[in-house]
Ligand binder design. Structure first.
Ligand code: 13P
Ligand code: SF4
Length: 343
């Protein structure tokens, strides 16, 4: 089908469903998908929209953990969540399993019998991992509210097991002036590579997962961007390593990055370190600014959603595209996400 015909067919299918359908899309989705979304947002906004939705069907254009979160938050009679390409995952989410976290949790608690621990899990994690978090009294977080969630537990005297993104965690602790209190848990080892003394000294133990996309930014990229664009402001997503984010004028979620762009004076020059589909869209939509990528990087999983797959979902509703978290996981997983939304 030609692009125009495909566009029209998707819009006709959307119109048939009207208010019974909500199409959500993440900022990293391709522009030809964004064009059909009822709302485009960062992980926090999309979670809030899913929780508030009364639509019969949510079609989630993003990656699997996002659609699972929408299902966890929007469960109800006659409601369902769908993904055009359900195989679109997140390599970072795959870096932490509930079993491995349980084992680490056991070791942390055994090493510090008098301490209180709370898990904090980035929403970029499986439903099993969110259920682990909820079961132990912790909360999920996103790049938009991670600092608030971490501060909440630290202020109440908890130590934190943070998973799976070491960089988001380290960036949060750096902005709190407490980076030195972080110990890194090396997944794949029985003891995390941490002695009991090291665990006892740590306020926060960070899983050593990362986003392979954002973790690729280096201080050398920053130096090259500063040399090529002297005077430009640097905007970085907090999934980037701390030595890179520490040099930025602004560190924030995709929504926060978009807000900085929208406030910029005409003629301003900005270098943006995040996924390139968003950077390119911002550059195209803001011709009065000079926007450059820190380095063009693409998330392959975010790029898997195609207009053809979206049309097929909206017209055929293939059972394989339905996203339904195991009923047994939902109460604990929901507890972790609802605690986050309440903070
Ligand atoms: P946010 O849009 O919440 O900043 O998340 C970025 C991301 O990597 C999602 O996969
Ligand atoms: Fe996962 Fe990174 Fe892709 Fe986001 S950008 S979906 S964190 S791999």
């Amino acid at each position: 089908m030609a692009d125009e015909a495909l566009f029209g067919a998707i819009e006709r299918a959307r119109a048939e469903w009207g208010g019974r359908l909500l199409i959500l899309g993440h900022h990293y989705q391709p522009s030809e998908i964004v064009a059909h979304c009822d709302a485009v947002g960062d992980s926090l906004e999309l979670s809030r929209l899913a929780a508030a939705s009364r639509a019969e069907r949510i079609v989630f254009c993003g990656v699997r953990f996002m659609a699972e979160t929408a299902d966890i938050l929007s469960r109800g009679p006659g409601r369902s969540v769908w993904m055009p390409v359900p195989q679109a995952g997140c390599p970072m989410a795959d870096m932490a399993t509930a079993d491995a976290l349980e084992a680490a949790w056991g070791r942390l608690c055994a090493a510090t019998p008098k301490a209180k621990w709370a898990p904090v899990v980035y929403v970029n994690s499986s439903a099993e991992v969110k259920a682990f978090c909820g079961r132990h009294g912790g909360a999920a977080c996103t790049s938009g509210n991670g600092r608030r969630v971490v501060e909440h537990f630290l202020a109440r005297g908890f130590r934190i097991l943070f998973a799976p993104d070491q960089h988001l965690c380290t960036n949060i602790m750096r902005t709190l002036g407490r980076e030195g209190e972080v110990a890194l848990w090396h997944r794949g080892t029985a003891d995390g590579g941490l002695s009991e003394a090291r665990i006892r000294a740590a306020t926060l133990v960070a899983w050593d997962g990362c986003c392979p996309i954002h973790a690729g930014f280096t201080p050398g990229d920053v130096a090259a961007a500063r040399a090529a664009h002297p005077g430009a402001e640097l905007l970085i997503h907090p999934e980037a390593p701390s030595p890179v984010a520490a040099q930025a004028e602004h560190v924030g979620s995709t929504k926060a990055i978009i807000e900085v762009v929208s406030r910029a004076e005409p003629g301003a020059e900005l270098v943006i370190g995040t996924e390139d589909r968003l950077v390119r869209r911002l550059a195209a939509a803001n011709g009065h600014l000079r926007i450059h990528p820190l380095r063009p990087i693409l998330c392959a999983d975010m790029g898997r959603t195609t207009p053809e797959a979206l049309l097929r979902t909206l017209t055929e509703w293939p059972e394989a595209c339905r996203v339904r978290v195991d009923d047994a996981l939902v109460p604990d997983a929901r507890a972790s996400v609802e605690r986050m939304l309440a903070l």
